[in-house]
Ligand binder design. Structure first.
Ligand SMILES: [Zn+2]
Ligand SMILES: [Zn+2]
Length: 320
């Protein structure tokens, strides 16, 4: 089978011919149909995190299973040990010993892929593989982050702010407008991304925050020091600031430093149950996201273009 392999950090991916994996007890092998290219793939390719190399990237995978048909893969695989509190609560993405597809274990930039349990395969029926693949990370991460803001939006004249209108931000705009009665502002620097946010339902799309407006919920999909500081300055008392972006910014924290009783939290990927819930949401409500497809062989090109900010929505590798 053909696999696109990260052999060395910061070096171009290498196309290799490999043996098709065989399933050990409990495992499943799927034939990959489509695999999304996620911004975190760049961090793995650059060696910022991830398991030992060589590694096949890719954690947004739709494949064909011989009995289940087309499936979406839940990719943050926890330890599933009886004494793991997070795995027992169904929060495998927070497990201290998780081994994610395409980050620690081999993922979907390949013609075939090993999955440790059938539990992680969710049949997608007649949903389109290329547009469904990005739900596994981009969609799910935005879905969980939005759901965590909802208790704070159950107030009169609720206002929310989304920082960053790339792939995840565009998902979040739609989830928030459908799940909450909220006046939604989106902050980004790129005109095309602001246009996309407006098309998808944002009430305001801005390059600079209006002075004095406070938001009951803010999701920061960038996570750089300037965006975090802008967010902490704009969150309402008792509001929530959810940080998703991996840009590595830090904030001052303390009584009198942040607005009184504001909740500051990170949000990590999503649970298996949330991914099933998201698929149901997509089936019933629909989700509108821009997907560009590129053949598997051009995975490096896809990563490069994502790195240069040239992808307006999500880019998905298709496997012939
Ligand atoms: Zn665990
Ligand atoms: Zn991802």
């Amino acid at each position: 089978m053909k696999s696109v392999v990260l052999v060395e950090a910061k070096k171009p991916l290498v196309i290799e011919e490999r043996e098709i994996p065989t399933a050990e007890a409990g495992e499943e092998i799927i034939k990959v149909i489509a695999c999304g290219v996620c911004h975190s793939d760049i961090h793995v390719a650059d060696g910022h995190f991830g398991g030992p190399l060589p590694l096949v990237l890719g954690h947004e995978v739709v494949g064909e299973h011989p009995e289940l048909g087309r499936v979406l893969v839940y990719a943050p695989w926890g330890c599933r040990k009886p004494d793991c509190r997070q795995c027992n609560a169904g929060l495998e993405m927070i497990c201290a010993n998780s081994h994610e597809a395409g980050v620690v274990d081999d993922g979907g930039y390949s013609e075939y892929m090993r999955v440790p349990s059938r539990d992680y395969l969710i049949p997608i029926g007649d949903l389109d593989p290329a547009t469904t693949a990005p739900l596994a990370c981009g969609g799910l991460t935005a879905f969980r982050a939005v759901k965590r803001t909802l208790p704070h939006l159950n107030v009169p004249n609720a206002k929310a702010l989304i920082i960053g209108a790339g792939g995840l931000g565009q998902f979040a705009v739609q989830f928030m407008k459908k799940l909450a009665n909220v006046e939604l502002t989106v902050l980004d620097m790129a005109d095309d991304k602001l246009d996309a946010a407006t098309e998808l339902g944002a009430d305001h799309a801005v390059k600079e925050l209006p002075a004095g407006v406070k938001y009951d919920a803010i999701i920061d999909f960038v996570g750089a020091k300037p965006t975090l500081e802008a967010a902490a300055g704009a969150v309402n008392r008792q509001g929530i600031l959810v940080v998703v972006g991996l840009a590595g910014g830090r904030l001052e924290f303390g009584v009198g430093v942040i607005p009184s009783e504001a909740v500051l939290t990170t949000s990590i990927w999503g649970s298996l149950d949330e991914l099933k819930e998201l698929l149901e949401f997509v089936r019933t409500q629909g989700v509108n996201h821009l997907v560009e497809t590129i053949p598997l062989d051009e995975a490096q090109e896809a990563l490069d273009r994502l790195r240069r900010g040239e992808i307006r929505g999500r880019v998905v590798l298709t496997v012939a």
